[in-house]
Design a protein around this ligand. Structure first.
Ligand SMILES: NC(=O)c1ccc[n+]([C@@H]2O[C@H](COP(=O)([O-])OP(=O)(O)OC[C@H]3O[C@@H](n4cnc5c(N)ncnc54)[C@H](O)[C@@H]3O)[C@@H](O)[C@H]2O)c1
Length: 334
């Protein structure tokens, strides 16, 4: 049985889902409705998918028989639309970040409990083969004792990504909200829970911004993340680095071609430890994981608890920025 869903958000990300992802998953998912405020965008994607177009989720809910909702909206709308879908009894896949406040994370979790439906968050890095292989290499002892972690995400926003809501001026905009949960999710897969963060930021013109995070893990391990908007993107970038006593791990992420891998590097050389992939493959794997989690009644790879932990790190980083870079403890989850 295929899952009948509404794709909510027909912008840049919704277009990738409609054009590249859902056509490859027709055995598992049927997109019955496309929802967007923008009449032209929703009509174009709905036509391509053979779906019907609606101006709001409420209209789609009233007219269609749906099992789930895929939310690809600007950050500020995620929590409300996810809760609206859960309250209608539907499964939810929602873009990162899950929400912009701890209270909204809790609201989504309560709605999921009431509905008894599967909520997956479209957080790509835990799905990447390279990240999973790196975690397995750490577990196997190939790295020795892990001493430190580092991540780097540096690129320039292309035209369709440089929307006003993303660039700045709104509480939910900027580099930290846009990319912070992404690399936090990777660091948490590799290093475990993060218990404190200190953040710094430098910004120039719209879309030119640098943010650094120093993170402390529950294990005592230290890590750092460097985010930069405004520099040319590399076709393949070493976004993750694990430093261990026996070896190091490079996590190379590729956006143009399928040549992202994880490499184990020691005194004798470098060895690739996973099949090559493109970052864009992970959009498909996320939906396939969500659909399989629903079909087999198991948790998705990235669910509410993990996404809430990622949001809490970003919230603590924002507090650190407001406090001049002071280290901010996350405190126990509430
Ligand atoms: N995982 C990734 O790699 C990745 C990459 C890019 C974007 N994203 C995420 O995807 C989401 C969408 O980003 P985007 O770049 O597609 O944005 P976008 O601005 O291109 O598209 C958003 C769309 O939502 C519509 N919209 C806004 N509010 C609405 C509402 N309340 N009801 C109906 N329609 C509404 C807008 O008309 C627009 O078409 C964001 O959460 C972003 O972080 C994720």
């Amino acid at each position: 049985m295929t899952l009948r869903i509404a794709l909510v958000g027909a912008g840049a990300m919704g277009t990738i889902m409609a054009r590249d992802v859902y056509p490859a998953l027709v055995e598992q998912v049927t997109v019955a409705a496309v929802v967007d405020r923008d009449r032209h965008r929703r009509a174009e994607l709905a036509d391509g998918l053979g779906a019907r177009a609606y101006g709001s989720l409420a209209q789609a809910l009233a007219a269609e028989h749906l099992d789930g909702v895929d939310v690809r909206l600007p950050h500020a709308a995620h929590a409300d639309v996810a809760v609206e879908a859960l309250d209608a009894g539907l499964h939810v896949l929602v873009e990162k970040p899950l929400a912009l406040t701890a209270e909204d994370c809790r609201r989504a979790a309560s709605a999921a409990d009431r509905a008894g439906r599967v909520v997956a968050i479209a957080e790509n890095y835990p799905h990447l083969r390279a990240v999973r292989a790196a975690r397995a290499a750490i577990d196997d002892g190939a790295v020795g004792e892990v001493l430190a972690l580092r991540s780097t995400r540096a690129y320039t926003l292309g035209d369709e990504w440089a929307r006003p809501w993303r660039l700045g001026g709104e509480a939910a905009s900027g580099l930290l909200w846009d990319q912070g949960t992404h690399h936090t999710s990777m660091l948490r897969v590799l290093g475990g829970e993060i218990v404190a963060v200190a953040a710094h930021r430098a910004g120039g013109a719209a879309g030119v911004e640098t943010v650094t995070l120093d993170v402390r893990f529950a294990s005592g391990l230290l890590g750092s993340s460097l985010y930069c908007w405004g520099t040319p993107a590399r076709a393949v970038e070493t976004e993750g680095l694990v430093l261990g006593t026996r070896a190091q791990l490079d996590i190379d992420v590729a956006y143009e071609r399928p040549d992202g891998v994880a490499r184990l590097v020691d005194g004798t050389g470098s060895r690739t430890i996973c099949a090559a992939e493109s970052y864009y493959d992970s959009h498909r794997w996320i939906v396939a994981d969500w659909a399989d989690a629903i079909a087999t009644d198991r948790p998705p790879l990235v669910g509410l608890a993990a996404a809430t932990a990622d949001v809490r790190v970003v919230l603590a980083a924002r507090e650190s920025l407001a406090r001049g870079g002071a280290e901010v403890p996350l405190g126990p989850p509430t």
